[in-house]
Design a protein around this ligand. Structure first.
Ligand code: F6R
Length: 616
């Protein structure tokens, strides 16, 4: 987590940094800070809280002159969110100023050595240790900044993307990356540094993504100097031109990005299908599979690894892949998988799913799977992200930038890719009949329209239900089969943006414990669509009703039985069970949004969270 930004060139750095930090706030918003450099030194501003708090502290921004600067927005790891722990951090001699995204795992051992050598520390952060380590090594060995940075980084265990400036040489910034993302925007006579390219897209679309173990020396009026940290070997930069529509990163008519992203889903699902599902003959083409067909057809086992919402999509993927391809599938939390010596054979496939493509645990799981010889397929949203660059093959979800911290459109895009994947492999393996394949392809094409319809028919009823339940303390979400992960996702959405405790359960598991919680104060959201165990779900609804629980049922149009029993009904279009999560999740996203809205929460930036979890 944390967002870093930097500028070196001929423009005033302040507005670039402060506006850029706003765009990086999704990565953390516990505190922020900037340092702007000029010939006579630098000006440093730091503040607890969001970038707006920092702005309030800067009384005369037009007086902050300087064409070099660095900035940071923090998601706290070491040390509480306050002004002192905010970045940038300054070395003891006041000569080096540094920003950092990541974690220095061996900071404690280094700190002890530095303390023995007379260094003192103001903050509780690992970053202040790093900037002083660089200073210590630089002074001791009389090194240039870049050499001191390089040698210091070889002593570091952990993850980082950093930018360092020397007060007496503001015409130069040294940057380096391992584990945490770092994009460099390049124009004639200027460089932009950021955790992702969005902050500098107004200025340039030419981007270099630093790879792990790389550093760069950026100097005014000089060519980029890219090097390997380990041996200082000079590298040739590969600069790409980004294809991105700036409208996608604006809220437009919507109050929050989350709502915009929920309403974008008919289009984003269509974009995920575009060019992959032929309208005329149901032919599915995903290059990452096309080029590796034998691997998929002969796979003995598939393991899907992800975190959070992407893990919920993975559970849906398990259902789809097992059902349609008959290949056994396991789903793992990336954080567990990476530390438990998983059994992987050469013919095994590991699928990693990540919206950001930067989640530290998922990235580590990917590397472990590759090390063990598995074929790794990635499903990512962010083009050029670390996960996308490191997999053997993959498919982008094409949902466009997702800015709201709570994931919505990325989830439905991930499911869409998983449906395509399962259908494609199923067809190649002959594990699905021609008629089932054709009818699912046909239905898949109608999904954007059905999602559109769901968004329209549900809006008012969801607002009403939200008003009634916005003050409760607990919610239960129930589903069965492929809609059990949707129940988990609904509960997660509510928890993270409204701070109401919510739990997702397989409906039948309720009687093994959670049923004890049910009374007249407990709202239970239950996915009761027609296909898949409908009669059993009706039984579960009866059980809740008998204990006076309040039932909010997600039902198909034309439903009678569940609707008669429920206190509230939300209707979704009829659809095959395999594709149903693509519509059943929509009302759950809207319900979470409306409840959080009524409670007056900051929906796009819920407390304690960050969009990109780049620390484990
Ligand atoms: C929840 C949410 C998180 C992410 C999780 C994984 O709304 O957004 O649970 O799904 O942090 O992130 P990615 O998909 O970027 O790897």
């Amino acid at each position: 987590m944390c967002g870093i930004i930097g500028y070196l060139g001929y423009r005033e750095a302040y507005p670039i940094l402060i506006n850029g930090l706003k765009k990086l706030e999704y990565r953390g918003y516990d505190s922020s800070g900037i340092a702007i450099f000029c010939k006579n030194g630098y000006r440093l501003y730091k503040s607890k809280g969001k970038v707006n708090e920092l702005k309030k502290k800067i009384f005369s921004p037009h007086k902050i002159k300087g064409t070099t600067g660095i900035g940071h927005t923090r998601w706290a790891t070491h040390g509480i969110p306050d002004d002192v722990n905010a970045h940038p951090h300054v070395s003891n001699s006041n000569e080096l100023i540094l920003i950092h995204n990541g974690i220095i795992e061996n900071y404690h051992a280094i700190k002890i050595i530095l303390l023995k050598n007379g260094f003192t520390f103001k903050s509780k952060t690992d970053t202040e240790v790093l900037v002083n380590l660089i200073e210590y090594i630089q002074k001791k060995n009389k090194l240039s900044l870049e050499e001191a940075v390089r040698i210091s980084l070889t002593e570091i265990v952990g993850a980082y993307s950093i930018a360092v400036v020397e007060k007496s040489h503001p015409e130069r910034i040294v940057i380096a990356k391992l584990g945490s993302p770092l994009a460099l925007g390049i124009n004639e006579r200027e460089f932009f540094i950021a955790s992702d390219p969005i902050p500098f897209l107004d200025y340039t679309k030419n981007v270099l993504y630093l790879k792990d173990g790389e550093m760069a020396i950026l100097s005014k009026n000089k060519e980029l100097d890219l090097r390997k940290i380990l041996d200082n070997h000079k590298l040739s930069p590969i600069i790409k031109e980004l294809q991105i529509n700036l409208k996608e990163i604006e809220k437009g008519e919507y109050k929050y990005f989350m709502l915009k992203e929920i309403y974008e889903q008919p289009r984003t699902i269509l974009d995920t299908l575009r060019g992959r599902l032929s309208i005329t003959d149901g032919f599915i083409c995903i290059n990452g599979i096309e080029f590796n067909k034998d691997i998929f057809v002969n796979a003995k086992c598939i393991t899907i690894v992800a975190c959070g919402t992407s893990w919920h999509a993975s559970l849906i993927g398990e259902y789809l892949l097992e059902e349609l391809t008959r290949i056994p599938v396991e789903v793992e939390y990336a954080s567990e998988f990476r530390y438990r010596n998983p059994i992987l054979e050469k013919e095994d496939i590991v699928i990693v799913i990540s919206q950001s493509g930067e989640t530290a645990d998922t990235l580590a799981a990917l590397n472990l799977a590759k090390k063990k010889g598995a074929f790794v397929f990635g499903i990512c949203n962010v083009v050029g992200s670390s996960i996308a660059r490191n997999v053997d093959a993959g498919a982008y979800t094409h949902a466009g930038p997702e800015i709201g911290v709570a994931s919505t459109k990325a989830f439905t895009a991930q499911i869409t890719v998983l449906v395509l994947l399962a259908l494609k492999i199923g067809k190649e393996r002959l594990s699905i009949t021609e008629s089932r394949y054709n009818s699912l392809c046909q239905e898949l094409r109608s999904i954007p329209e059905k999602v559109n319809k769901t968004l329209k028919i549900d809006e008012d009823s969801i607002k009403e239900i939200s008003k009634i339940y916005s003050n409760v303390n607990n919610f239960l979400y129930l589903g069965r089969g492929i809609n059990f992960p949707v129940a988990l996702e609904g509960a997660l959405k509510l928890k993270e943006i409204s701070y109401i405790h919510a739990e997702g359960y397989p409906a039948a598991e309720m009687k093994h414990g959670p049923i004890a919680l049910i009374d007249e104060n407990m709202p239970v959201v239950i996915i009761a669509t027609k296909k898949g165990c409908y009669e059993k779900i009706i039984g579960n609804i009866q059980e809740i009703k008998a204990r006076k629980g309040k039932i909010i049922a997600i039902v198909n149009e034309g439903d009678i039985q569940a609707s008669m029993l429920a206190d509230h009904v939300i209707k979704v279009p009829n659809i095959s069970e395999e594709l149903s999560p693509l519509v059943t999740v929509i009302p759950l996203q809207l319900l979470a949004y409306q409840i959080a809205f009524i409670r007056g929460e900051n929906i796009d930036q819920p407390r304690n969270l960050a969009k990109s979890v780049t620390v484990e």
